[in-house]
Ligand binder design. Structure first.
Ligand SMILES: [Zn+2]
Length: 117
């Protein structure tokens, strides 16, 4: 079994990483938006405008993924506090230590994850 102290560290590491990357992504998006305002770009007819729209879209996708990671981390912390961190939410079995170390926010055991829905 994973010690709650180790579990908390695993989650804290992921949280720090996700928050830093999200801050970086937000700064980059703001820079792209500023640059597009200066160039007075037209998304439809100016190739540069299309590039800016594409970059902005990619950054939005990335930010969305990072926000999902933060939400997953919040759920994992609740599960940890409730003493259910290693309990599979589908079958109630135990999630293997190595699986949680590799994927600290995972909520199902390997067998359930492999099962088709
Ligand atoms: Zn399971």
């Amino acid at each position: 079994m994973i010690d709650p102290v180790e579990a908390r560290e695993l989650l804290a590491d992921r949280l720090r990483e996700a928050e830093q990357r999200l801050a970086g992504t937000s700064a980059e998006r703001a820079a792209v938006v500023d640059a597009s305002r200066d160039s007075n770009a037209d998304d439809e007819h100016d190739p540069e405008g299309a590039t800016i729209a594409y970059e902005r879209g990619m950054l939005d996708v990335l930010a969305g993924r990072l926000r999902q990671t933060l939400a997953d981390l919040a759920v994992a912390e609740r599960r940890l506090a409730a003493g259910e961190y290693q309990v599979c939410e589908r079958c109630g079995g135990t999630i293997a230590d190595d699986r949680l170390r590799a994927l600290p926010t995972v909520r199902t055991c390997r067998a359930c994850a492999g099962r088709t829905r």
